[in-house]
Design a protein around this ligand. Structure first.
Ligand code: F6P
Length: 521
């Protein structure tokens, strides 16, 4: 048996044996459990002691990571080697948040001068818009940004904006992603085109949803400020500078990034231009610094105390050792309510794969379903099933220790709910006379604690999840940086559009054919 196969067997055996002991009983049996499973990184604290694993299970998971070549893979990631072989690319999003004098090379070529060049242009643009030197067609300052993008060109900036936006912003960002007239119409009704800067964000600049919305926004602007002045209300972010030019956006208004940045890892780049303008450059720089601090932790910390590694291995243990096919993510922070959506793309687009790097079928289950919502709202929605349902769903709670926002005393109530849920999930309650009131407990959770929600801590949190996702991909032996699974549906949508428009007629399965007929009529 290979070392890797033996490590998988050891993990599965530890998990099977561990089922006999309840999580809460492990604290007495394992005196150093808290020390081993409470870690901190880049200002964040993680409590993984309420997870299902025993310390033996943890050791098995660490051995599995080593056997899967994690340390070597981490070095290749930071070394800018091709870690995305199906597209022949490195994944060097860490360079985007690194100091200008850092040494990041994509396949041997230092990228920092280019990264810093775009950052300086972004900083100048952000400052110019904020102080009114870059103004609307009538010479007055912009008050709104309409950010158009989808997937990685949307979810990260949305999380960033909601996480950090001032209560009364000087410039507010409105996001439109979907090719859904309802979304665009609502945005157009809310915004004054004369005061709005439209930022079109698309790595490829081919995405149907984004280009459709961009055309609509252009027409909406032109009707208000005149075709000749539309350019002063537009900016674009893309790696495809030929396509932004063809769309009619002048080069001085286009901010590039690079093909070694995956869409779902791109919020550190000019993809967050809207946020850099609306939050101010200083806040954006602190956000980058938070991400960079987590990079240093992930790169330099031994696996045993490495926050991203432990968070990933807890998931591997639940997924592969115990067969838990989903995970619930619950930020007890209104400002982080978009985190579950962001993580759905980060984790499920990265690791929702069935084919291993060597082209064989993946031998073990990969990305679980990630879902979640804002605490405490979700306690009044799906948490009944979390506590008493037949399926055990590991939960991840994110909490913020202190805030200046809201009335006195409110935050303590929110925090008490976060802690109570984790405790209740683990300890349960026996109430034999009334069986419906019995809680089995023994349901695992993790808790991630931010001292405060700041640009720095948000950067650290997102980078933590990025590295967690990478670690899981290495253990599962898959390419975390491609996304071929999203292509087939896109192609079929283009074909069906031609049919709905009456331009073509194609063969379909009977169900789809009947639906097309119905919609055409
Ligand atoms: O949904 C597929 C996808 O390719 C994502 O990976 C990407 O983030 C999104 O579409 C948007 O792509 P683009 O930035 O090229 O418009």
């Amino acid at each position: 048996m290979s070392t890797l196969a033996a490590a998988w067997t050891a993990l599965e055996t530890a998990a099977r044996d561990g089922r006999a002991t309840r999580i809460e009983d492990r604290f007495a049996a394992e005196p150093d459990r808290l020390v081993r499973l409470m870690v901190s990184a880049a200002g964040l604290s993680l409590d993984l002691s309420k997870q299902a694993w025993s310390l033996r299970g943890l050791e098995a998971a660490l051995n599995l990571a080593k056997a899967a070549g994690l340390e070597d893979a981490r070095a290749r990631l930071f070394g800018g080697e091709v870690v995305n072989p199906s597209e022949g690319r490195p994944a060097l999003h860490m360079a985007l948040r690194a100091a200008a004098d850092a040494d990041f090379k994509a396949q041997g070529k230092n990228v920092m001068a280019e990264v810093e060049g775009v950052r300086q242009r972004m900083a100048a643009f952000a400052g110019g818009v904020r102080d009114g030197k870059i103004a609307a067609a009538d010479g007055k300052p912009f008050t709104h940004i309409l950010h158009i993008g989808i997937g990685g060109s949307d979810l990260g900036p949305r999380l960033l904006w909601d996480g950090l936006k001032p209560l009364k912003p000087q410039i507010a960002v409105r996001f439109v992603a979907n090719v859904d007239g309802g979304d665009f119409a609502q945005a157009a009704a809310e915004l004054d085109p004369a005061r709005t800067l439209v930022v079109v964000v698309s790595k490829t600049f081919t995405t149907q949803e984004t280009l459709t919305n961009a055309q609509a926004a252009r027409a909406w602007l032109a009707a208000a400020v005149g075709e000749d002045k539309v350019g002063s209300h537009l900016a674009a972010v893309s790696t495809a500078l030929d396509k932004t030019k063809a769309f009619g956006i002048s080069d001085s208004r286009v901010f590039g990034f690079w093909d070694w940045v995956g869409g779902r890892y791109s919020l550190w780049s000019s993809v967050s231009l809207s946020c850099a303008v609306a939050l101010g450059w200083e806040a954006f720089e602190q956000f980058l610094a938070g991400g960079a601090a987590m990079d240093t932790h992930f790169r330099d910390t031994p696996l045993e105390t490495n926050a991203a590694v432990l968070l990933a291995l807890a998931q591997v243990y639940n997924r592969n050792g115990l067969g838990r096919g989903s995970r619930s993510v619950v930020p007890y922070a209104y400002r982080l309510r978009r985190l579950p959506s962001f993580l759905q793309q980060l984790e499920m687009e990265s690791n929702g794969k069935s084919i291993a790097l060597d082209g064989t079928r993946a031998a073990h289950g990969t990305a679980p379903v990630v879902f979640g919502g804002e605490g405490s709202n979700v306690q009044h929605a799906y948490f009944q099933a979390m506590h008493q349902g037949t399926d055990i769903v590991p939960t991840e709670i994110i909490a913020v220790a202190a805030t200046d926002e809201g009335p006195d005393g409110m935050h303590a109530k929110l925090l008490s709910n976060a802690l109570a849920q984790a405790e209740a999930l683990m300890v349960g309650r026996e109430d034999p006379p009334s069986a419906p009131r019995t809680f089995d407990g023994d349901r695992p959770s993790s808790l991630i604690l931010l001292d405060r929600l700041s640009p720095h801590s948000l950067g650290a949190l997102i980078a933590l999840y990025e590295h967690k996702t990478f670690v899981e991909g290495v253990v599962w032996g898959i390419n975390s940086f491609d996304q071929w699974g999203v292509e087939l549906g896109k192609e079929m949508a283009n074909a069906i559009l031609e049919e709905l428009e009456g331009k073509a007629s194609k063969d379909h399965d009977p169900s789809t054919a009947a639906l097309i007929d119905r919609l055409k009529n």
